[in-house]
Design a protein around this ligand. Structure first.
Ligand SMILES: [Mg+2]
Length: 396
């Protein structure tokens, strides 16, 4: 079998990748809805994969993997990798999880990092109310995640939150020392949320990036009695094109609160130092940014050898991304916690994708399905209605 074409369409903000073959089998991959600008980066790889056998996934990846990078630039490579596995599974007539070594669980736990309602403000009361609303979700999430500190409206909404200037432009642009008032505010919000979730639902906190090491240690120690699931991306994180393992180690070694990072990291090589230095307790690579689903599997196994847990990122990955997350998470070692459940940005996505369970999430779990490949397909007739001008031949 040979690859005949690589296409990309922006469907409702999501870059969707389609790889076609001379055997009439095609495969799909998807990148985050936050990256509608990715199309030319996907197509850049076309000449490097056409003519290759898509079922030799790793050989194809050797052609293109080196030319990706940290988030957002690894997403094109990652979405192509997903599509290759989709083809390989369809060609073999088996689900992708079998090709990754087989499943070790029949259903995968997910957590809420995507089902959101805007917060009224940044007070402890606002956090408590918002968290109570999350607990009412029909998915009955066993873990919910909230943004605090630099990963929230606090720098803008809380007077004298930090010593530095407040930046409102750019993604995750704030960084620097917090005032004592700011730090106390963060802790008060965490306490208010814990009051609501109790001890039956886990509370995870997305915190940055942008914290200083001393503030990060102060926060981690201040919430030690609260048993939060993790503090995510305190130092580096979203859209940070480096890792800083030594700095993370400093924080992690100073507290019993679990420290988490990794959503922006591309490739196994950039996790090596985090693991070998025991720099964090939990990692959260995203299959749609890290280099793909086999990359995530490899990283999870190596993390597990170091006692480091896995909670994959996925909030913006869409429904094909959801399928990829389910397939790979079914195969991850028991150090797997849960992945961040993505919801489609537009409701019509649920009409153009077929193969997902209904309801998708039951009691915070998704049952792993057994259809070939990623196990989801487009309803082409419905999907065509959402193609943009100039992309009308995407499914042809
Ligand atoms: Mg995050």
């Amino acid at each position: 079998m040979k690859i005949t074409d690589l296409k990309c369409a922006i469907i409702g903000n999501y870059p969707v990748v389609r790889i076609t073959t001379d055997a009439g089998i095609d495969g799909f991959g998807q990148a985050e809805s936050y990256k509608p600008y990715l199309k030319p980066f996907v197509l850049f790889y076309k000449d490097l994969i056409v003519g290759e056998d898509p079922t030799d996934v790793e050989r194809v990846m050797l052609n293109i993997r080196r030319m990706g990078s940290f988030k957002p630039w690894g997403a094109a490579v990652s979405a192509i990798e997903m599509a290759l596995w989709d083809i390989a599974g369809k060609a073999a007539g088996i689900p992708v999880y079998k090709l990754l070594g087989g499943k070790i669980r029949d259903k995968v736990l997910v957590y809420n990092g995507a089902i959101r309602k805007p917060m009224k403000g940044s007070s402890p009361q606002d956090y408590a109310e918002n968290t109570a609303w999350m607990l009412e979700a029909k998915e009955k999430f066993k873990i919910v995640k909230q943004g605090i500190g630099y990963h929230s409206g606090m720098p803008q909404n809380v007077p004298n939150f930090s010593y530095g200037e407040v930046h409102t432009k750019g993604r995750s642009a704030n960084r620097g020392p917090l005032t004592e008032k700011g730090l106390k505010h963060v802790v008060a919000c965490v306490e208010a949320m814990k009051e609501v979730v109790g001890d039956a639902v886990g509370l995870a906190l997305d915190c940055g990036p942008g914290w200083t090491i001393p503030d990060a240690i102060r926060l981690a120690r201040a919430v030690e009695g609260l048993n939060v699931m993790w503090l995510e991306d305190l130092l580096t994180g979203d859209y940070t094109p480096y890792v800083m393992a030594d700095q993370y180690r400093e924080v992690t070694r100073s507290t019993s609160t679990p420290i988490h990072t990794g959503e922006q990291i591309f490739l196994r090589q950039h996790f090596k130092e985090l693991f070998e230095k025991q720099a964090v307790n939990i990692i959260g690579p995203d299959p749609a940014d890290v280099g793909g689903i086999a990359e995530l599997k490899w990283i999870a196994e190596y993390a597990d050898l170091h006692g480091i847990l896995m909670a994959p990122h996925g909030t913006g990955d869409g429904l094909i991304g959801l399928a990829a997350l389910v397939q790979v998470s079914a195969t991850l070692p028991r150090s797997y916690i849960a992945f961040e459940y993505p919801v489609a940005q537009n409701g019509w996505w649920y009409d153009i994708i077929e193969g997902l369970p209904d309801p998708i999430v039951v009691d915070s779990f998704i049952e792993v399905w057994d259809r070939p490949g990623l196990g989801v397909t487009f309803n082409v007739k419905e999907a065509k209605k959402h193609l943009s001008d100039g992309e009308g031949d995407f499914f042809d």
